[in-house]
Design a binder for this molecule. Structure first.
Ligand code: ZN
Length: 308
């Protein structure tokens, strides 16, 4: 049988134009088969992805997008597919992955899974994230966030319709506590890798764990050898090449910062400008390019701490 089928029907170009393309109600597939519907936020929703996994009788959603409008559109997509929402799986504790849970579930009692570490990050940082970002996003910032209610330690599994999801904790990386989910059915294995990869989108490096992140990517290369598809937190779906691309991106960022600041412990505005220019040359599509400068300070601090 063919490997798990991907459906790319709901590319949202902008947050306001939150429409789903194409009719999509699948005939109930055979037991153990899962279809992955890709939901991509536009630029206003910082290109955050969510995935609706359609099984024989159910839907499991991975991550939930950032905004009021994108998460409502995600909910609309769920209703269009027309099967009950059985669970939400969270990859890591950044708001562009859990902010939309409230609108996605819309008052239904749904299991929201995360590792204990990811759950802790969400609970500890949610108020600070709101303070930092709600003024930027205004009415688009969900007033009420829903936190995980099912805590699954690494290696823990959840099954629906003979499709099994296993969570693996990675530790610090893009966030303070990353994880990824492997999905196995009778058509093979795929992985939802969260922001281990922001595929051809500029990276959020402000949490200051670049070295750990690179280790995580090496772990993924090793652990996901037999996986046929990788579903990243931002950008397009791919294979192992997207992990290697992310490694190159991070290494280039680190090399550039090192070359610019040398032994200094801070980065000047002029150096930041040169960093941004270099990274824009590496990835010229300008997707989330504001993150380049935002992460410079934390990365310099991380490099300085490693030199001690
Ligand atoms: Zn993200």
């Amino acid at each position: 049988m063919k490997a798990l089928l991907d459906h790319y029907r709901s590319h949202l170009s902008t947050l306001a134009l939150a429409f789903a393309l194409g009719g999509s109600a699948q005939a109930a597939g055979p037991r153990g088969v899962a279809y992955v519907h890709v939901f991509q936020s536009g630029e206003a929703g910082i290109f955050a992805n969510a995935y609706l996994v359609e099984t024989e009788h159910s839907i499991v959603v991975v991550d939930s997008t950032l905004l009021e409008s994108t998460s409502k559109a995600l909910r609309a997509r769920l209703l269009e597919i027309g099967k009950p929402l059985r669970a939400v799986l969270i990859t890591h504790g950044h708001p562009d992955h859990y902010n939309g849970v409230t609108n996605l579930c819309a008052g239904e009692k749904v299991d929201v899974f995360a590792t204990p570490e990811t759950d802790r990050v969400i609970r500890e940082s949610d108020a600070a994230k709101e303070k930092q970002w709600a003024p930027v996003f205004g009415a688009e910032w969900p007033v009420r966030r829903t936190f995980p209610n099912k805590i699954l330690p690494t290696g823990g599994t959840f099954s629906v319709d003979d499709v099994t999801f296993t969570v693996r904790a990675l530790g610090p990386g893009e966030s303070h506590a990353d994880s990824y989910w492997i999905m196995e059915g009778n058509t093979g294995r795929v992985a939802f890798i969260g922001d281990e990869v922001l595929n051809h989108v500029h990276a959020y490096v402000s949490d200051g764990h670049m070295s750990d992140w690179l280790k995580n990517l090496a772990t993924l290369e090793h652990e996901l050898k037999d996986v046929t598809r990788l579903y990243p937190g931002h950008g397009d779906v791919g294979g192992m090449e997207i992990v290697r691309w992310q490694e190159e991106y991070l290494r280039f960022y680190l090399r550039t910062v090192s070359a610019l600041v040398g032994n200094q412990r801070e980065i000047t505005d002029a150096q930041k400008t040169r960093l941004v220019a270099a990274m824009e040359q590496f990835l010229p599509n300008r997707r989330l390019e504001f993150l380049i400068g935002l992460g410079a300070g934390p990365v310099v601090s991380e490099l300085a701490a490693e030199q001690k």
